[in-house]
Write a protein that binds this ligand. Sequence first.
Ligand code: 0GY
Length: 306
Amino acid sequence: MRFEKTPGWLDWHAGPTKPRFRVPAGSVDAHCHVFGPGDQFPFAPERKYTPCDASKQQLYALRDHLGFARNVVVQATCHGADNRAMLDACVSSGGKARGVATVKRSISDAELQAMHDAGVRGVRFNFVKRLVDFTPKDELMEIASRIATLGWHVVIYFEAVDLPELWDFFTALRTTVVVDHMGRPNVNKPVDGPEFELFVRFMREHPNVWSKVSCPERLSIAGPNALEGQQAAYRDVVPFAKRIVDTFPDRVLWGTDWPHPNLKDHMPDDGLLVDFIPHIATTVELQRMLLVDNPMRLYWPEETVS
Ligand code: 0GY
């Protein structure tokens, strides 16, 4: 089936630079997606955008180019609860990819087990209103309790302004909970202001909560251009991500977010995104925890020596 991509949609960067920062051996890109290809894995009828194709082969070529060893492929909303593209990417990775699925209440135990066997280790609950229609909280809670028996975790995606309203639901979750992109802070607001303080409190008071310190390109207002000297691209995001890495070093993950859905102003150079890492994880030890130890503990615990 042929799909017309959403007007204004930017294609992913076809020739990313080689990062100057060399990620540690065994690093995991813990947030990325595959889109279609649409003629093989059609996009969901209920989707809010139609992306360009971004195949597993292209994802794995990027992994190798950037120096990563593994991927966590996260189900994107354009595929709804049809996880076939993500599952296909996991099973054809030779054990180098694990997945996060989107499921409905109607899913059977056998289907969940088959997903587990394919490499899925979490479900994603999306609360970003421009991306999804509302799902009742009792349905999500039922799913959360079923996947807990498989040892999976819950990935949540929401915007900072919605955290107060979602707080009771999030804090009732009993599994590990992984927040996408630091709960999308407004980086125009102070890093020690009430909005980001609430997010820090969310992590401090709930040791089961982790955060991806990802997506500076989505959060930044300053954009990708570094200033004269050593300042990072997306420099206005640095204080937010660095604070989370410094405060919760054993509960942070990093991902490219390739192929970067819904970006209409600029498409990041994935090499530049990797060069952002040493600005937020400033020691070799923090970099190893962020890129290797933490994602391995969550997604490949059987290979982790405690
Ligand atoms: C991301 C961010 C976005 C999209 C999705 O599943 C999705 O469609 O997550 C976004 O538009 O902010 O993490 O990929």
